[in-house]
Design a protein around this ligand. Structure first.
Ligand SMILES: C[S@@+](CC[C@H](N)C(=O)[O-])C[C@H]1O[C@@H](n2cnc3c(N)ncnc32)[C@H](O)[C@@H]1O
Length: 371
């Protein structure tokens, strides 16, 4: 990502010696200034456990109750009529695409998103397939231990995707569409949620223009594919199941954006950049994290153990507001995790284990040199 491509009014992106690219103030900025306010996420996911308790438009949480409004058949039928294209779902058995809303307004706004029928169609196909699975993937400790014992390298990951591209996809293409369903892997709830995240990403990305800042920011996002899979080798198998499921089930409007490369970047960049979807209104210690989303334009802020930006979610909008005055040239940073009050060693261990980096923030450097 070059500086020019991410030229904003208040900050710019520059390469650092300690933590890849980071954001720097272009002028003196007073405390309280909103340096970024965005809603242009490129993919989101509510975890399976919370699927009925979170509004899929504004991400409001219902404190354990099922949301009042489920996507209804009549609204989808009128969308299909307006879209004037053939849809691959059986409307007589429409199940609501796994979409719940807190209000009619949220449902109405969701239905007005451009080409939203593409996403509803894919979600409904996935849901129907998941519901009709004779058996669900059950965790098998021995098998998981075996899959997690592999030593991962970039070559091993590349070779898996090479095989999928050069062999599995070709073999699937030779099979009649009606018979491809027999090749569907048995997936878990987590794999199903990941399928929905990738669908949401393919849908959102296909609706941004190629030269938009969001798209450029997305394309240049750091990927933590190797770091994450090295720590959890079972993800190699997990990703293969998710890719194969999507390749077999997705209708053309989204499938045309699915390749092994796009899939790897969507997940690899999610591992390095996603923000948690947290309950808005409770204290940090007790609130629920019910999903995650990727906001590429906000993904160039590095972490600091003494951040000068406070990030807050207001419905579908993320706000990044200065919590103190900042001087021109100063780095703008956020808090990645709830670790600010921990002692140095624990903080650094947390960032290393969960985020795969040795924190190079000013506070850590000072405490390290103070001994
Ligand atoms: C959300 S991205 C931030 C932008 C990133 N620096 C880049 O060039 O794309 C998170 C990654 O930035 C780096 N990073 C963020 N904060 C850091 C810090 N305090 N010290 C060292 N590296 C950091 C780590 O590589 C981390 O995985």
């Amino acid at each position: 990502m070059t500086v020019d491509e991410h030229e904003g009014p208040l900050f710019e992106i520059k390469q650092t010696a300690w933590g890849g690219r980071a954001c720097f103030a272009k002028e003196d900025i007073p405390k309280g200034t909103r340096v970024l306010e965005i809603d242009d996420y490129t993919g989101s996911c509510v975890s399976y456990e919370f699927r009925k308790e979170v509004c899929c438009y504004c991400y409001a949480y219902s404190y354990g109750k099922t949301m009042k409004f489920k996507l209804d058949k009549t609204s989808v039928e009128s969308l299909i009529q307006m879209s004037n294209r053939k849809i691959d779902i059986n409307m007589k058995k429409f199940q609501g695409a796994g979409l719940w809303f807190c209000s009619e307004e949220c449902c109405g706004e969701f239905l007005h998103l451009p080409n939203i029928i593409d996403l509803i169609e894919s979600y409904e196909i996935l849901l129907t397939s998941f519901h009709s699975m004779l058996k669900r993937h059950n965790s098998d400790d021995d098998k998981e231990a075996e899959l997690n014992s592999v030593t991962i390298s970039k070559e091993i990951i590349d070779s898996q995707w090479d095989k999928i591209t050069k062999s599995w996809i070709l073999s699937i293409e030779k099979i009649k569409s009606s018979k491809r369903l027999n090749k569907l892997p048995v997936i878990s709830e987590d794999e199903y949620s990941c399928c929905r995240f990738v669908c949401s990403s393919l849908y959102r990305l296909s609706n941004f223009s190629e030269d938009s800042l969001t798209m450029k920011s997305f394309q240049h996002l750091q990927s933590n594919e190797l770091e994450k899979i090295s720590k959890f080798p079972i993800l190699l198998h997990f990703q293969e199941s998710v890719f194969n499921t999507l390749y077999i089930l997705l209708p053309n409007n989204l499938k045309c954006h699915l390749s092994t490369d796009s899939f790897r970047h969507i997940l690899g960049s999610e591992y390095a950049n996603s923000f948690g979807l947290w309950q808005e209104d409770e204290s940090l210690e007790s609130r629920e994290c019910y999903g995650y989303w990727v906001l590429p334009r906000a993904s160039y802020f590095n972490h600091s153990c003494d951040p000068n930006i406070t990030k807050t979610r207001n419905g579908r909008i993320m706000d990044f507001i200065l919590n103190r005055d900042v001087k021109v040239g100063e780095e703008l940073s956020i808090n990645y995790a709830g670790t600010l009050n921990l002692p140095l060693t624990e903080r650094r261990e947390f960032m290393r284990n969960g985020w795969f980096f040795d924190c190079g923030c000013q506070k850590c450097l000072k405490e390290l040199s103070d001994g």
